[in-house]
Design a protein around this ligand. Sequence first.
Ligand SMILES: Cc1cc2nc3c(=O)[nH]c(=O)nc-3n(C[C@H](O)[C@H](O)[C@H](O)COP(=O)(O)O)c2cc1C
Length: 322
Amino acid sequence: MKKILAVDAVGCLVDYNGKINKNIKRLIDKFKVKKIILTNVNDKEKKKFLKNIDYQIFSLKHQPDKTNPKYFKKFLSQHNLKPNQLIYFEHNIKAVKSAKSIGIITHHYNGSLKSLENFLNLFLDKEQSIPKKNEKNFHYYPQHPIVIGVGDKKISNFMPCVWNTALSYEPFMYGISVKKDRFTNKILKNVKFFSINFLDFKHVRFIRLIGRSSGKLIHKTKEFGIKFSNGLNFNVPILSDAYLIFECEKKYEKNFGTHTLFVGKVKMIHTKNIISRKSILDTSKISPTLYLGADHYIGLDKKSLLNLKSLSFHKSYSLKNK
Ligand SMILES: Cc1cc2nc3c(=O)[nH]c(=O)nc-3n(C[C@H](O)[C@H](O)[C@H](O)COP(=O)(O)O)c2cc1C
């Protein structure tokens, strides 16, 4: 979306002698967008106050002033703009309120260059949008998908789940969010245990396969010859190729819109012996799978590993926080 930066003249870009505020000029020039100076001045005042301004200038010569929302409505219609296309800063609080009242994104400039810069960085460098119904957005990925294993008397089933997270150290709790219409969701509602399986990037095609097929219609384990065994707990299918497995006892389930969050207490951890470098993963041996959304996967850049352990903590971070 095309955005335009509107700048208050006297009190912001220039002072009452018409002298340019160099800090503000330098700041706004950093942003490669069209700039328009919004002012109330008539021709005589323009010569006095705006003599040093070489940006485009808009004025209604007090008919009305910016404190009246009609000023901004007129500006928008003359320039064929929607209110959210205009990013505006202004020193006069009444004019700020007037611009805001018709939906213009407006900052009250009170002399702080830092807060003005933060405002411009947010609204000129980034696009704003309100989440739309049924619109999916995956810019918050990558995240690592695990594979959920569930089983009842009749079937063992596996599905990848990227919406997963540890929730507590003590007790060790783990959460998975599963869409209500998944076959796995139906089984999870009726069983007491499930497994969480972590797979190396070399199994990425397998992850994709079981995430684009459904236990509703096939026995994935037979169809794809999945290697698995049962865990120590009742009916917990476990992937033989996983480098890390949690056997979980289901403790909570709660619906959130399209998905159900199942929370399990980790009862048993199976760790392949090569994976560990003390408590963290040895990335020279294991490469976790990361998911970018829409069937895109990405591996780890191992060279980017950074150990900051030798840095001291800030004094606000007491040992109690550890
Ligand atoms: C990488 C990947 C991650 C996925 N993450 C989730 C997820 O977090 N939650 C979910 O409900 N479905 C997720 N899915 C979709 C299910 O895995 C998919 O619908 C699968 O076919 C369900 O299997 P089922 O019908 O046998 O339960 C994911 C799929 C893929 C490929």
